[in-house]
Design a protein. Structure first.
Length: 309
């Protein structure tokens, strides 16, 4: 088990979607804020991403950009003034591109665009601290696994061969992992984020691995410190400085997140949910759950369950 995988699993909801676009000539399209995360990958050509309230970003061939908080933005062939941005065509209404005029060279832009549905009720702090725009330029030799996933996904979306219905969602999940990994291990993440430093600290990483591997164990601060190979004081100081809360407080938070995920996604009996996240009885879980969410597990499950079709 690892923190990045668990953080993504805890917030994912439904199936991601993607499509491949080819746009010619002058164009400007608007994507409204979205309750999830969006991404774009430039397969050919150059375009601009103009985030709401943020600085323009030039996107070149091979660049990937993740919008982890679903920020509204515009994609365009060139920077635009506010009046032009207000007239941007909604992305979902984007018409088929007209053919280039005879004798005029076309400058098409090919994009791979997609969205992930996320439940933000218990977003992991690793994901919370991601910036509104994570730009991953196609620097020579950097993030080869991300480039490989982009290439596979682009081919599956374009060709739609046997098994594509299974391959595309799996590749989209892989792409999300690789984009987040690229930020946490890259210079931007290390310079601005607390969690990249936490994941680079061997003591904190080991403590996180232990808690995520078996959150139901009867952990204490002393037991966790001994397993991590340091004193309780050392672990508490390093863990709190990098994670933002003491080890046992993080464990309680993570147990509640796991319980909420189980209640939201399955009909597992409350007794089993309690046992899986380290509580001796449904009553003990309900008491902790009410403190965290302000409601009982049963009411939370009923409110989060999709309405019948």
């Amino acid at each position: 088990m690892d923190v990045v995988s668990d953080a993504i699993t805890a917030v994912r909801a439904g199936r991601p979607v993607t499509n491949r676009l080819r746009i010619d000539g002058g164009w400007c399209v608007r994507l409204d804020p979205y309750e999830g995360a969006g991404f774009h990958v430039v397969l050919a050509g150059t375009c601009w991403l103009l985030p709401d309230g943020g600085a323009p970003v030039t996107l070149r061939p091979g660049d990937a950009v993740l919008l982890p908080h679903g920020a509204g933005h515009v994609l365009a062939d060139a920077p635009r003034d506010p009046a032009a941005l207000a007239r941007a065509v909604p992305f979902d209404a984007l018409p088929d591109p007209p053919p280039a005029p005879a004798g005029q060279d076309a400058d098409p832009v090919e994009l791979l665009c997609g969205k992930y549905r996320l439940d933000r009720s218990r977003t992991h702090p690793l994901l919370t601290e991601l910036p509104d725009v994570v730009h991953l330029p196609d620097d020579d030799g950097h993030h080869p696994e991300l480039r490989a996933a982009v290439g596979l996904l682009a081919r599956e979306v374009e060709q739609s061969g046997p098994g594509s219905c299974a391959a595309v969602p799996s590749l989209l999940d892989l792409l999300l992992v690789y984009m987040i990994r690229a930020w946490t291990t890259g210079p931007a993440g290390r310079a601005t984020g607390r969690w990249p430093a936490a994941l680079a600290d061997p003591v904190v990483t080991e403590a996180l691995r232990l808690l995520h591997t078996d959150p139901a164990l009867p952990w204490t601060a002393d037991r966790l410190a001994a397993r991590a190979g340091v004193s309780r004081a050392t672990l508490g100081r390093r863990f709190t400085a990098l994670v933002g809360r003491p080890p046992m407080a993080y464990l309680t938070w993570w147990r509640m997140t796991l319980a909420a995920t189980a209640l939201r996604t399955a009909d597992t009996p409350l007794e089993s949910v309690a046992r899986d996240v380290g509580y001796g009885s449904p009553y003990a879980l309900s008491h902790a759950f009410r403190r965290a969410f302000g409601t009982t597990p049963g009411r939370y499950r009923a409110a989060r369950r999709p309405a019948p079709a």
